[in-house]
Ligand binder design. Structure first.
Ligand code: PMP
Length: 386
């Protein structure tokens, strides 16, 4: 009974941090753990069965990306996919080209991979948004030259929902410098907006399981045929020797099932999320001192806003006490600011009081009302008390 009450009361508005695993995912995972628990590398029939399930999941991810199954490599998540793509592509060039380009608004895992390359002597160019907070394709394109071996740019920013002009930038880069490898961290776009690596002109593209109603600890890297990568680890032939180690078949099967369940509903879910986001903006506009930080043409799934005079963490705990779960900025930074909001031109005092709400199809308009009612209560109890 208690469990039921907790579930009914919980308002989860943090799906960009992680999402609730769906039924299809849970069933697939349990089946793999209870019954099909063979090692996919084993030569007996039991191993083969596990391998077939894994290949089925690969086909499901590939179908969602509109690519061949052979181009999908499973990893432990987007952080690993990003490192494999960035370091792997840069190392594949050897000493010939050691100039790499990225943006200043990337997720910490991409930033970390480039920081590591920089420490190894690579020249890292980090392109910032313009003064108006918009990151333009021309800025990325003009940072690339003959010496550039790799460009990496995210599709949807995880803190504001800003959609970056990846298709425009990569298409032009590929026209001018066909040898330059293009990588896109598409974690916050996958299964939410149409994501097709060929259409984006991306040679490498990162996705994560737990943002799409699968489990934590599994992701994939789209890897265009013929693009050379140096693996980060050695010692096994799994995933074409690119990612050695016994594959986590239950997580992979759950990932495939979750994606299979969502396929075909991208447009309807996006429209629904867009309705929730608009309603949230409308109700926020009725509160005093609220500034919306997300761009109007951003992802329908993410809304960043600041509540004047209330620090993010204070607000987050106030909401958490009422079983309303949101993020302060980005969950990955664990309360530590990443600096990305300032890069988008958001003032420091507003950045300090930023909350990020992120939606999924399970949210309802009542969730939005509950959030905004609680925000109003927080303003009355916390701001006016001072
Ligand atoms: N990139 C982006 C844009 C993300 O939002 C996240 C998760 N916050 C990651 C990468 C890392 O994903 P994972 O947790 O699967 O490593």
């Amino acid at each position: 009974m208690r469990e039921w009450i907790l579930t009914k009361m919980t308002i989860y508005l943090d799906s960009a941090a992680t999402s609730r695993p769906g039924e299809a995912c849970l069933n697939a995972m349990c089946g793999m753990m209870r019954e099909t628990y063979g090692n996919p590398s084993s030569l007996h029939r039991f191993g083969l069965e596990a391998q077939l399930c894994m290949e089925q999941a690969r086909k499901q991810i590939a179908a969602a990306l509109g690519c061949e199954a052979a181009s999908v490599m499973f990893t432990s998540g987007a952080t690993e996919s990003n490192h494999l793509a960035i370091s792997g592509a840069a190392y594949a060039y050897g000493r010939r080209k050691r100039r790499v380009v990225t943006t200043t608004v990337e997720h910490a895992s991409v930033k970390g991979a480039f920081d590591m390359l920089e420490a190894e002597g690579y020249e890292v160019i980090r392109v910032a948004p313009d003064a108006d907070g918009i990151l333009r394709a021309e800025s990325i394109v003009s940072a690339v030259n003959e010496e550039t071996c790799l460009v990496s740019m995210m599709l949807v920013n995880n803190e504001t929902g800003a959609v970056l002009p990846v298709q425009q930038a990569f298409a032009q880069i590929k026209r001018e410098y066909p040898q330059t490898i293009t990588h896109c961290d598409a974690v916050q776009g996958f299964m939410k907006l149409p994501v097709n690596p060929a259409k984006l002109s991306a040679d490498l593209l990162t996705v994560s399981g737990h943002k799409v109603h699968a489990c934590k600890g599994v992701g994939a890297l789209y890897h265009k045929k013929g693009v050379r990568l140096i693996p980060l680890m050695k010692g096994g032939e799994q995933e074409g020797a690119m990612r050695p180690g016994t594959e986590s078949v239950p997580l992979i099967a759950g990932f495939g099932a979750a994606v299979g369940e969502l396929r075909g509903t991208i447009a309807v879910r996006a429209e629904y999320a867009s309705g929730l986001r608009s309603e949230c903006i409308r109700q926020l506009s009725e509160l005093e001192g609220v500034t919306v930080n997300s761009p109007a043409d951003g992802s329908p799934y993410i809304l960043s806003f600041s509540v004047k005079g209330l620090r993010s963490e204070t607000m987050l705990h106030f909401l958490s006490d009422r079983e309303i779960y949101v993020s302060s900025g980005s969950a990955c930074s664990k309360g530590k600011q990443s600096g990305v909001l300032q890069q988008f031109g958001i003032r420091q005092d507003l950045a300090d009081s930023t909350l990020r709400v992120s939606f999924c199809a399970e949210n309802t308009p009542e969730d939005i009302t509950a959030l905004c009612t609680a925000l109003k209560a927080a303003q009355e109890q916390l701001v006016h008390k001072r």
